[in-house]
Design a protein around this ligand. Structure first.
Ligand code: ZN
Ligand code: ZN
Length: 133
């Protein structure tokens, strides 16, 4: 039987369950991911849409259009605490991305690809420059 994993937003209003293994998992340092997360990178675990069940909510959607490809990206976030929980991309029809940090236990996630920003900044090199605490 496929494994069920759970997660949710910071305030707990939005909860979800995902079934089975992700289609892919990536860490992305592009400018879009920096801006959408307010952090150094975005980590996305992509599932088949049929395997994602939102059990709390509802989520609010913000649609962004890529300057380069003109394709849409829909960020879905908790209207109460602002956590982006899911992300849907025109590029991946039928798939639903989960923000990796919202999983209750993200320790099983294996990041298979890292997308670097062509214009690197000190934010893109945090792991090698600082001591873990
Ligand atoms: Zn919330
Ligand atoms: Zn990105």
């Amino acid at each position: 039987m496929a494994e069920i994993r759970e997660g949710g937003c910071l305030c707990g209003t939005v909860r979800y369950r995902v079934k089975g293994n992700p289609v892919r998992a990536s860490a992305c340092h592009c400018t879009f991911c920096k801006r959408r997360t307010g952090s150094a990178l975005g980590m996305l675990v992509l599932f088949d849409e049929a395997n994602v069940e939102i059990t709390g909510g509802p989520l609010t959607t913000y649609e962004h259009r890529s300057d380069e490809s003109q394709r849409w990206i829909r960020m879905q976030f908790c209207p109460r605490c602002g956590t982006t929980v899911t992300l849907k991309l025109e590029r991946f029809p039928g798939a639903c991305g989960i923000s990796a940090g919202t999983l209750d236990d993200p320790s099983w996630v294996k990041i298979e690809r890292v997308i670097l920003d062509p214009i690197s900044s000190p934010l893109d090199d945090i792991s090698s420059r600082y001591r873990a605490i």
